[in-house]
Design a protein around this ligand. Structure first.
Ligand code: UDX
Length: 441
């Protein structure tokens, strides 16, 4: 099938590539000329495992192409996916101006000779956005073309986007027309995942409700972690114990510095906002946000408690990305932490395997030295803070780290180091929701 994807961000680019991989002909559209030129020449705008090879092989097989010309894509493809950003406004409501602009452009490009079109919303949007898109199409289309609007939310995680897209738990399709539903099911036929067929509004709500529930799980375990710290219990054991109940599951019960990234903070805010507007306030999610914000403060308090004044203390931070396997630093808790430490006058060094460049941009104006080697980063440091859950931090040579550091103190904000190993290497080890460990004297 011929598919157009408007927007080549994390969602658009990975979705388009995976569609090409399973045999569709895909045109990816973006209005950023530089990005499109880069992609045409085989340069990746983002780091995402497995993506580069898949893009290169599908481009050379003629199944995937890139253009800035939205009209051509609309003329050639019966199904047009919108995957443009939906950033938050200052009040938490969702900025739908990119969706509106693209809908308007699609309406302008519609021609009767090309026939029926389906516009699929892949971006995370508030419920009822689909009907607004339909209205825009009706208002601006210069001709009478039958168009259906569908919601098909994406659940991929950055860092495992290709894997998630190729093996989804479920595919949600929200359509108010059987013709659109049948065609969408053909798009997804090559994927062996159950399809949840629902109406447009329910599909839109599923995305906000799913992401908010996952954020809620994280905040729940972080609130439990705070209790564990006071009670001398171990949050990892508590998570294991409650997670073995299939109704709860162990997934997304990792205590730490809290959630970040381009989705959870924005989607929880967006859901709160739309629920408020609908007159059904989600107070529960307001608490989820507050717990998340408190997590970094609690962690900073514990570092201060140990180190007293942070001014001129040499603090090494491992991790800048908002999570492992990505170079994305949007709403990264690690970035917030580095900023806060620098503001308090600490001498901060930071290292991230993939997010050095994006991190340097996000931290412009902040006094921090970004290192290209994780061991160099800790040289002469008094404290090592682990802020992102990269696997290479968990397997680091802690004896070497101890030799390089000035003082033997680790604060693990992601609970990924092996505490006993840290202690054997001579460190005192502080983590989230667990007792601190000290070497025998
Ligand atoms: C999320 C959703 O998982 C995905 O389905 C949706 O499509 C987009 O939003 P993503 O933002 O890529 O994906 O990352 P995810 O792996 O969900 O992690 C989000 C944040 O939560 C990260 O900052 C991560 O460190 C944190 N997290 C995750 C925890 O603190 N604890 C956990 O147990 C899981």
């Amino acid at each position: 099938m011929n598919l157009a994807i408007i927007g080549t961000g994390y969602v658009g680019l990975t979705t388009g590539t995976c569609f090409a991989e399973v045999g569709h002909n895909v045109i990816c559209v973006d209005n950023d000329r530089e990005k499109v030129e880069k992609l045409k020449n085989g340069y990746m705008p983002i780091y995402e495992p497995e993506l580069e090879d898949m893009i290169l092989s599908n481009v050379s097989a003629g199944k995937l192409s890139f253009t800035t010309d939205l009209a051509v894509a609309v003329h050639e493809c019966e199904i047009i996916f919108i995957a443009v950003p939906t950033p938050p406004h200052a009040d938490g409501s969702v900025d739908l101006s990119y969706i509106e602009a693209v809908s308007h452009e699609i309406a302008d490009a519609l021609r009767p000779e090309h026939g029926y079109r389906i516009i699929v919303d892949k971006s995370t949007v508030p419920v009822s956005t689909g009907s607004k898109v339909s209205e825009v199409i009706r208002r601006y289309a210069a001709c009478d073309v039958k168009v259906d609007v569908v919601s098909n939310p994406e659940f991929l995680r950055e860092g495992s986007a290709v894997k998630d897209l190729m093996n989804p738990d479920r595919i949600v399709i929200g359509a108010n027309s059987q013709r659109a539903m049948d065609l969408m099911k053909r798009v997804y036929q090559p994927f062996s995942a159950p399809i949840v067929e629902v109406d447009l509004s329910s599909a839109e709500l599923i995305k906000h409700a799913a992401n908010s529930f996952l954020a809620l799980k994280i905040s729940y375990i972080n609130a439990v972690a705070a209790v564990c710290e006071k009670a001398g219990a171990d949050v990892e054991l508590v998570a294991q114990g409650i997670g073995m109940d299939k109704r709860i599951s162990r997934h997304f019960l990792n205590a730490g510095l809290g959630y970040g990234g381009s989705c959870f903070p924005k989607d929880v805010k967006g859901f709160i906002n739309i629920a408020d507007q609908l007159g059904a306030p989600m107070y529960l999610l307001k608490e989820v946000e507050q717990i998340n914000a408190r997590q970094i403060e609690r962690f900073l308090d514990r570092i201060r408690e140990k180190m007293w004044v942070l001014r001129n203390k040499r603090i090494a931070v491992w991790g800048i990305a908002f999570k492992q396997n990505t170079d994305d630093v949007r709403e990264s808790v690690a970035v917030k932490l580095i900023r806060r430490l620098a503001e308090e006058g600490a001498i901060v060094t930071a290292y991230d395997p993939k997010a050095a460049e994006t991190g340097a941009r996000a931290l412009e104006g902040v006094s921090v030295t970004i290192c290209s080697d994780m061991y160099e980063c800790v040289r002469d440091a008094e404290v090592l803070v682990v802020a992102t859950e990269w696997r290479q931090f968990a397997t680091a040579n802690l004896v070497k780290v101890r030799e390089l550091m000035h003082l033997p103190i680790i604060f693990d904000g992601r609970n990924i180091l092996h505490g006993e190993n840290a202690v054997h290497a001579g460190f005192e080890y502080h983590s989230v929701g667990r007792k601190s460990l000290y070497p025998e004297r």
